[in-house]
Ligand binder design. Structure first.
Ligand code: CA
Length: 225
């Protein structure tokens, strides 16, 4: 990731400083904008690898700023939000934010998210739609359907499902999934995987492919016979 440019849009100096420090330590070139006006100017200087966008800015509506950016560039955007209501807005929003964190957040977590969205955007896994029975996952459109009906997934649920769909029938350990989906290993955080798998199962209950538990090991996606 050395030399990769990330634009951080954040008006709170202490948050901006912390985020900048952690991203720089992770090898990114960080460009900080404290206002929407500065951000708009930064957007004209070409596409960064990723944008970290605080939705609560003094001079701009964060989501509007996001939409403006999206009209020009495809680079992934990780939103920062202060209030629980914002999370609701985002979750319900089909605007295509790549990920978000609610303040206060662990800056290491932010670095992991930034790495993950960049990895996803640079398409190491390819962008062809993956079809397993009546389940389709389209990495390019970031869309999942069951029997042609769109299923709304959160960012991490999508990435987790993508990991399964890329290796159907193969057992994936919780540690492997943590590393692939969450960006790096969180020792002892494997329950996160379990929680997300449960959510995926609930949302995909019409799919013929099933995520099966392999006791003591992890999970695998079992395609329909
Ligand atoms: Ca703010």
């Amino acid at each position: 990731m050395s030399g990769t440019r990330v634009v951080v849009i954040e008006d709170d100096p202490s948050v901006a400083e912390l985020v900048t420090l952690y991203l720089k330590n992770a090898g990114f070139v960080v460009e900080h904008c404290a206002t929407g006006a500065e951000a708009r100017e930064a957007f004209t200087r070409g596409a960064p690898a990723c944008v970290v966008l605080d939705l609560g800015l003094p001079d701009a509506d964060g989501l509007e700023l996001f939409a403006e950016f999206r009209r020009k560039h495809d680079a992934p955007v990780v939103a920062l939000t202060a209030r629980a209501e914002d999370v609701q807005t985002i979750a319900g929003l089909d605007a295509g934010l790549d990920d978000y964190l609610t303040k206060p957040f662990n800056p290491r977590e932010l670095v992991a998210r930034v790495n993950a969205v960049i990895r996803r955007a640079t398409g190491s896994g390819g962008t062809r739609p993956l079809e397993i029975g009546n389940l389709t996952l389209d990495p390019a459109k970031h869309e999942v359907t069951v029997d042609g009906q769109q299923v709304s997934l959160r960012a991490k649920e999508f990435e987790l499902l993508e990991a399964f769909c890329r290796q159907p029938g193969i057992v994936l350990t919780r540690d492997k999934l943590l590393e692939n989906v969450w960006g790096f290993a969180y020792p002892g955080e494997t329950r996160t995987v379990d929680v997300h798998v449960k959510q995926l199962r609930d949302k995909l209950n019409g799919a013929k492919a099933k995520i099966e538990t392999v006791w003591g090991v992890g999970y695998k996606l079992v395609p329909p016979a």
